[in-house]
Write a protein that binds this ligand. Sequence first.
Ligand SMILES: [Zn+2]
Length: 252
Amino acid sequence: MNWLDSHCHINDKAFRDDLDTVLENMVSNDVRKAMIISSYIDDYEFGFSIKHPELEFKHSLGVYPGDVDDTDEENLKRFEELYQENRCQAIGEIGLDYHWGKENRERQLEVFERHLIMAQKLDKPIIVHSRDAIQDTYDLMKKYPVSGVMHCYSNSAEMAKEFVKLGYYISISGTITWKNAREPLEVIKVVPLDRLLIETDCPYLTPAPNRGKRNEPSYVVYTGKKICEELGIDEEDFKKQLNENYHRLFRL
Ligand SMILES: [Zn+2]
């Protein structure tokens, strides 16, 4: 069995110069699948040009919460058309982000709600970004039952249980390997193994021991191994479980 990265941005400009090496690193580190997440249509289209005979890429598109002020009705319609296509495996990352302020909270809620309604209508899983906005995120998600994953989950174990009850998956990023990690270590203990995923969110959130460098999908192995060590589970079993979860969630 192989590792996988359930959330990466290798279509980002940060990878344009050495993408081939990044893909080779995936192969040599036994990371064979990745979900490529796009917030912009150009990046999304570029994502489909990323190919390697030993790697399997899937694609997700969504309006990033930080971009809602620049998203008008025409944009939303264009995104919705793309969500309907079969090549769009999931809608996201979408959600709420109050980290930089709450001035546009209403607009963020409106765009997120529209996306939840679209996801219901199109019957597609969602990939949720939630930063400093967990209660609003939860309240809205509870109102519109769909399937999906809480990406880079960085809240309490208590809230993680609530999202699991709603049917969501919880994805753990490289922050679990950081020295100051506390909550992710608690989260993995309360989330059932059949609801866990791992991700890099690269180029961001580089796991130890590479913290400070650009992140890339092959580093997801550090996160996977850390979880196995903490939970005392077998790596092969965990990889198998992750693959099952990934296929079930994204209906592959
Ligand atoms: Zn992301």
